[in-house]
Design a protein around this ligand. Structure first.
Ligand SMILES: Nc1nc2c(c(=O)[nH]1)N[C@H]1C(S)=C(S)[C@@H](COP(=O)(O)O)O[C@H]1N2
Ligand SMILES: [Mo]
Length: 372
C-alpha cells in the first residue's frame, strides 16, 4: 500500500528523460520534513512538469515568460490582453490557503501497478496563494450565455515541440470565489517553478487543473479538449473497471474533485520508539468539495481506532492538523494508520479501488515504527 516511503525524489518522467537541466522534464516530491509544516515553502513543494520548462526550447529559462501577458478570449464580448501589473493593480485581489495535490499522488500504492509517475505520498502540499478571482476577470470581459468551460494555455512544450498540457475548468468552478489567477505564493511572487508569473489556483480540483505559466484563457461552449484533457488522462472510468478489463475512453469522466485524504507527517516510517515512551502522532487531513469532518488514528494496523481532535484551518481549502499522544506498548513494532471522513460520511478506504491510470489513491497510509 501507499505510504511507507518518505517523500522520495522522482526525477524521471513517463518518457524516461534524465534530469540534467532546463531541457529536462522535472518531477519531484515534497520531502517528508516539509510535509510536517502547516505551509509548504515553494522550494519544497513537489514539482510536476508534463513537458520541458517553458522557453527551454528557445534557450532561456525565465526571460520569455517574464514578459508574458494574460489573454482572455473565445466566447466573450471584450477580449483582453492584460499585463501582470494590470492584474495586480486594476482588480481586487483575493487570497486562499489550499492544498495542491497531483491526481497521481499515491499511485505507487496501486495493486496491480499502473503506468505513470510512481508518486508515493509527497505529490501534495499546502500554501497560501494570492491573485485575481477568475470570476472578476470573466465579469470584466463579458461571458456569453453558451459558455460552459474554460480552456487554459501555456508555453511549455514536450521534447518534440508538442503542447505539454492544456487543461481547463467547468464554468461553475471558474465562477467559484476560491478560483484564482494567482501571482503570489507564500507571500512572495509566484516562483517560476510553480508557474510564475501566473497560474490557476483551483482548490479541490486535481493539480492538473492548476495550469502553470498561464498565458491564455479561452471561454468555450464545450468541455475543453486540449492535450491531457481527453481519453483516460486525469479521468476516472464510470463505472469502475477491474484490472485487465478493456478500456473504453468514452466512459471516462474528468476528475473534478479530489478525495478525502490524510497524511501522517510524524513520526516518519521506520522510526524507533522506546517501549513505554510517549510520542506525538500528527499529520494533516484534507478533502475536495465536501469538507473534512473527522479523523481517527489506529496504532495497531487498523484493528482499533481512536477519534483525534482536528485543529481548524485558514478557510475551507486548508488542510487540518490532527495530533495524538501515543505511548508505545510492548511488542517489537506498531503500524500507525490515520483515516479521515468527510461531512458526507465518506471515509478513506483501507485498500484502494484500482483504476487504469492510478488516480486518486486515498487509501489509508500505513506507517510502521519499530519499538525497542
Ligand atoms: N503549464 C503547465 N501547467 C501545469 C503542469 C504542466 O506540466 N504544465 N502540470 C500540472 C500538474 S499535473 C500538476 S500536479 C501541477 C503541479 O504543480 P507544481 O509543479 O507547482 O507542484 O501543475 C499542473 N499545471
Ligand atoms: Mo498532476
Amino acid at each position: 500500500m501507499s505510504g511507507d516511503a518518505t517523500g522520495s525524489e522522482l526525477t524521471t518522467d513517463e518518457r524516461g528523460t534524465d534530469p540534467a537541466g532546463p531541457e529536462t522534464t522535472i518531477n519531484r516530491e515534497t520531502p517528508l520534513r516539509a510535509l510536517d509544516e502547516r505551509r509548504t515553502l515553494p522550494a519544497d513543494l513537489f514539482v510536476r512538469n508534463n513537458g520541458l520548462w517553458p522557453s527551454a526550447a528557445s534557450g532561456g529559462r525565465e526571460q520569455d515568460i517574464s514578459l508574458s501577458r494574460l489573454e482572455i478570449g473565445g466566447l466573450v464580448d471584450r477580449p483582453v490582453s492584460l499585463s501582470v501589473e494590470q492584474l495586480r493593480t486594476s482588480f481586487d485581489s483575493a487570497s486562499v490557503s489550499a492544498v495542491l495535490e497531483c491526481a497521481g499522488n499515491g499511485r505507487a500504492g496501486l495493486v496491480p501497478p499502473t503506468a505513470g509517475l510512481q508518486w508515493t505520498i509527497g505529490a501534495v502540499g499546502c500554501s497560501t496563494y494570492r491573485g485575481v478571482r477568475v470570476r472578476d476577470l470573466l465579469a470584466a470581459v463579458g461571458v456569453h450565455e453558451q459558455a460552459v468551460y474554460l480552456g487554459f494555455h501555456s508555453p511549455d512544450r514536450g521534447p518534440a515541440g508538442e503542447v505539454a498540457i492544456s487543461r481547463g475548468l467547468p464554468i461553475w468552478k471558474a465562477l467559484a470565489p476560491e478560483t484564482l489567477v494567482a501571482f503570489e505564493m507564500g507571500g512572495g511572487p509566484l516562483p517560476f517553478d510553480h508557474g510564475g508569473p501566473l497560474r490557476i489556483v483551483a482548490p479541490g480540483f486535481p493539480g492538473a487543473a492548476w495550469q502553470k505559466w498561464l498565458t491564455r484563457i479561452e471561454v468555450l461552449d464545450h468541455e475543453h479538449d486540449g492535450p491531457r484533457m481527453t481519453g483516460t488522462d486525469y479521468r476516472l472510468p464510470d463505472p469502475l473497471l477491474a484490472p485487465g478489463e478493456p478500456i473504453e475512453g468514452s466512459t471516462f469522466k474528468v476528475i473534478e474533485d479530489m478525495p478525502i485524504r490524510s497524511l501522517i507527517s510524524h513520526p516518519p516510517a521506520g522510526s524507533e520508539v522506546a517501549r513505554g515512551a510517549t510520542i506525538e502522532i500528527r499529520g494533516w487531513a484534507w478533502s475536495g468539495a465536501v469538507p473534512v469532518a473527522s479523523v481517527e488514528v489506529s496504532a495497531d494496523g487498523g484493528a482499533t481506532w481512536r477519534d483525534v481532535p482536528l485543529e481548524s484551518g485558514d478557510g475551507p481549502w486548508d488542510w487540518r492538523r490532527f495530533r495524538l499522544q501515543w505511548t508505545a506498548p510492548t511488542g517489537s513494532s506498531a503500524v500507525l494508520v490515520a483515516r479521515a471522513t468527510n461531512e458526507a460520511g465518506i471515509s478513506q478506504p483501507l485498500d484502494q479501488a484500482w483504476n487504469p491510470r492510478g488516480y486518486c489513491n486515498n487509501a489509508c497510509q500505513r506507517v510502521e515504527v519499530a519499538i525497542r
